[in-house]
Design a protein around this ligand. Structure first.
Ligand SMILES: NC(=O)C1=CN([C@@H]2O[C@H](COP(=O)(O)OP(=O)(O)OC[C@H]3O[C@@H](n4cnc5c(N)ncnc54)[C@H](OP(=O)(O)O)[C@@H]3O)[C@@H](O)[C@H]2O)C=CC1
Ligand SMILES: [Mg+2]
Length: 428
């Protein structure tokens, strides 16, 4: 598709003039699955509106913690004198409700232009898991992803086999957006988000999502020089499909003590069917030696979810980086909870009983770390998984593991399609 130079220079490219020049010189080489979002009017003011989005303050996000995060975000931008001097328009506030929608195809084109020197995206296929006749309602697509905080990736994680150039934010953010645009989730659950206000909230808002961000109270990102504020969990849903009924930000406790880990839980109503369900996102405490702590955090989350779902009356989907293998206590608590949860990715195994062999794979100074830590739990009686996105193979991941020039995070995205099971009275 032809893109005028003017259009290519949008929000994504504002801070990447050399990338733009490369784009115009050689054109995109990468191949992509085209997005299938509903058509939106192409915006003739994409460039101006997108730059406005990048400097805007959100209105729809929930309250707790957002003030802190906005402050850090504003502070880091102000302190980043080069960015402020070159693009003073970043400091001007705009009302996100009056920003024009983005055509996802245009955004994808922009991502492709920025990424044209990188290798092509990995091909991942959806596995059909339907066991009965198709539902009359369109499925609900849920994406779970620890996207890797920029500050942690560059300053803390020690991915010794990953070249620093592969972590450049101006390109890595395009890889993240490309992944989201490729799978078009209705609901997006993210961890390690440290670019909510300047990137994901404004862009995803203009793609039709409503977002909520809850930062960690003492994010390790804040220890990193030139950080962009705290990292935290973010939850987005498509506004044309769901109505927000209730939203709760949860600071997890462990043995009654407040911890540094958080969750967001929202009750949504499907606009097509009128059915309600609850979706939650969390990121539990990392590292070995913290198993009992994680277990306590999991119990606290389950207790909160019991209350929010009115004792399992409302169907539930819980996405998260649990930082726990299936052998850990916290996993067992979720698997045996009275909320009647099943883990969606088990359904990809031949017997439907085994988790995938890995959801994260990286090489640190301590050696290779290959673990299954990320899950999508769902109410096994009320919901069915109709398909799930297969994981990357070892060959696709490559010998240097993740993140890499191909893939932006050390965690793989998990994507599932859900449908509501018929209620007993509807079967009569
Ligand atoms: N600025 C301040 O004033 C304060 C800062 N802190 C910082 O916060 C940290 C604790 O925060 P907490 O939320 O408990 O952190 P966690 O232990 O949960 O880990 C934080 C992040 O580190 C990643 N991580 C996991 N294993 C390793 C590893 N081996 N090496 C490097 N990174 C790893 C995790 O990624 P993943 O989930 O993908 O594995 C996670 O996102 C402290 O280390 C301290 O640096 C704490 C208090 C105050
Ligand atoms: Mg991490």
């Amino acid at each position: 598709m032809y893109q005028s130079p003017r259009r290519l220079c949008s929000a994504l490219l504002l801070r990447d003039a050399p990338g733009l020049r490369r784009t115009l010189a050689s054109g995109p080489r990468r191949t992509l699955t085209p997005p299938a979002f509903g058509p939106r009017p192409a915006s003739p003011r994409l460039q101006a509106a997108a730059s406005g989005a990048a400097r805007s303050h959100p209105r729809t996000v929930s309250s707790m913690g957002n003030g802190t995060s906005r402050l850090y975000s504003a502070l880091t931008k102000t302190l980043n004198s080069s960015a402020a001097a070159q693009h003073p328009e970043y400091l001007v506030s705009a009302d996100p409700e009056h920003l024009e929608p983005i055509d996802p195809k245009e955004l994808l084109e922009e991502c492709r232009a920025v990424l044209h020197t990188r290798p092509p995206r990995y091909q991942r296929d959806f596995v059909d898991l339907r066991t009965d006749c198709p539902s009359s309602q369109p499925p609900i697509r849920v994406m779970q992803w620890n996207i890797l905080a920029q500050a942690l990736g560059e300053g803390k994680d020690n991915f010794v086999q990953c070249p620093v150039e592969a972590l450049k934010w101006e390109e890595r953010k395009c890889l993240i957006l490309e992944e989201i645009l490729a799978y078009q989730p209705d609901i997006l659950c993210l961890q390690e988000v440290d670019h909510y206000f300047d990137t994901f909230q404004p862009l995803l808002c203009r793609l039709g999502y409503q977002g909520t961000f809850f930062p960690k109270p003492w994010s390790p990102c804040l220890d990193v020089k030139h950080n962009n504020g705290p990292d935290g969990c973010a939850l987005f849903f498509l506004q044309n499909r769901f109505k927000l009924i209730n939203s709760t930000n949860i600071r997890l406790t462990a043995m009654t003590l407040k911890t540094n880990q958080v969750a967001i839980a929202q009750t949504l109503e499907c606009k097509e069917s009128g059915r309600q369900f609850c979706v939650a996102v969390t990121h539990l405490k990392a590292r070995t030696g913290w198993e009992r702590f994680r277990s306590a955090q999991g119990c606290d989350l389950l207790q909160n979810l019991q209350n929010i779902t009115q004792g399992a009356k409302i169907p539930l989907i819980v996405c998260g980086d649990f930082n726990a293998e299936p052998t850990e206590e916290v996993y067992k608590h979720f698997a045996s909870s009275s909320l009647n949860l099943n883990s969606a990715y088990k359904l990809l195994s031949p017997d439907g009983q085994s988790e995938p062999p890995y959801t994260t794979w990286k090489i640190r100074t301590s050696g290779e770390c290959r673990h299954t830590l990320d899950y999508i739990w769902y109410s096994r009686h009320a919901l069915s998984v109709t398909s799930a996105l297969d994981l990357l193979t070892e060959e696709q991941i490559g010998p240097s593991r993740l993140p890499s020039f191909h893939y932006p995070s050390d965690h793989l995205s998990l994507v599932c399609d859900f449908s509501f099971n018929e209620e007993p009275h509807e079967l009569l």
